[in-house]
Write a protein that binds this ligand. Structure first.
Ligand SMILES: NC(=O)c1ccc[n+]([C@@H]2O[C@H](COP(=O)([O-])OP(=O)(O)OC[C@H]3O[C@@H](n4cnc5c(N)ncnc54)[C@H](O)[C@@H]3O)[C@@H](O)[C@H]2O)c1
Length: 334
């Protein structure tokens, strides 16, 4: 089949797709979409209790996919699991920036070393598989200019950014050195249903929304003018599908991005749409300020030009859907 911008979603019908980190926020949303598109889906997730995995994320899907509770650090499991897959969406990760500073070796094991061993597992057992890696804008650090394009220097401000940069580079090296079909998406802040909301370790926007929904005071660090671009999770899932389907994405990395808003603007929008909550500005905690990246928003012209991706769900609509989801299913998230 010749893949085009009109038919790329058909590429997954009957295809074997493995999602590492598939019980987490983005992985589970991707799983729902792939099942809808007719794919044969297997999720690999360690379900470590303080990480983002949540079995409720796939409630209703249990009979339509398979779940393998395994850790990507376990090379034997990965050697076996990658066999015969057509697509691997590689999303498993330790995603807390602060945890990466407090326990840098665990972050390195998961976000760096395991990425290399997943690629080795593929090279030895399934070298033709398409692999899409979940990279991050965190690798750019404190930007020299805005919007940040893919030519911007990679200069992370925290251990997580270093390990994610290495994890991405391994994927790209396996494309150039071995001709493998790998790509990376440098995600910016993603939001939507199925995100970890139990505490503020894994997401700041999710945590602020939770406080607003609970009619509490959301605390914003500093002057609240930090700019961030937010992608609704359905748009993020669409980017994964495009990168997977199009052969011209092989060996490439792409920024995502959206219209930027300051943190205060984002929280004001949450309060307006939820009809609850308020906010206050508080001084930065020192440990967070030292690794903060200031303003960020991404230049996504490359993926738009090559693959036709652009954000389609604006902040109002995205927040509306997110608020409705957590109002209905809050008990499963906090
Ligand atoms: N959410 C964002 O805004 C964002 C931004 C940039 C990059 N990313 C990247 O996207 C990916 C997915 O992020 P998310 O927001 O869905 O996070 P998440 O924490 O909800 O999902 C990650 C999943 O990986 C699983 N996992 C962690 N360590 C594992 C291990 N050793 N073995 C197997 N599974 C393991 C977790 O249990 C969890 O289900 C991550 O790699 C993250 O770095 C996310």
């Amino acid at each position: 089949m010749i893949v085009t911008r009109e038919n790329y979603l058909n590429a997954f019908d009957g295809q074997r797709c493995l999602i590492t980190g598939g019980l987490g926020f983005i992985g589970a949303n991707l799983a729902w979409r792939l099942v809808e598109l007719g794919a044969d889906v297997i999720l690999v997730d360690s379900l470590i209790p303080t990480y983002g995995g949540n079995l409720f994320n796939i409630q209703g899907l249990e009979n339509k996919l398979r779940v393998n509770i395994a850790d990507v650090r376990d090379e034997n499991s990965m050697n076996y699991l990658v066999r015969k897959q057509d697509y691997i969406f590689n999303l498993a990760g330790q995603i807390s920036h602060l945890d990466s500073m407090n326990d840098p070796y665990t972050d390195m094991e998961i976000n760096c070393r395991s990425q290399l061993s997943i690629l080795e597992a593929c090279r030895k057992n399934n070298a033709g598989v398409k692999i899409v890696y979940a990279g991050t804008r965190q690798i750019y650090g404190n930007p020299d200019y805005l919007p940040v394009d893919e030519k911007h220097l990679v200069r992370p401000t925290d251990v997580n950014g270093i390990n994610k940069a290495a994890g991405e580079r391994y994927h790209l090296v396996y494309a150039t050195a071995y001709g493998m079909r790998t790509s990376s998406l440098r995600l910016t802040n993603c939001y939507g249903p199925r995100q970890w909301m139990r505490d503020n370790r894994l997401t700041s926007q999710g945590w602020l929304l939770r406080l607003v929904l609970d009619d509490e005071t959301a605390q914003i660090y500093g002057d609240g003018k930090q700019l961030r671009d937010l992608n609704y999770v359905d748009d993020v899932v669409d980017a994964f599908l495009r990168v997977a389907a199009f052969e011209e994405a092989n060996g490439q990395f792409f920024n995502l991005g959206a219209q930027p808003y300051s943190l205060v603007e984002q929280v004001e929008k949450m309060i307006e749409l939820a009809g609850t909550g308020c906010y206050e500005l508080v001084p930065w905690p020192e440990n967070k300020q030292k690794i903060s990246i200031g303003d960020y928003y991404g230049d996504y012209r490359k993926i738009k030009a090559m693959l036709g991706w652009q954000p389609t769900i604006g902040i109002e609509e995205g927040l509306r859907r997110t608020i409705a989801y957590y109002r209905q299913y809050k008990e499963y998230y906090w």
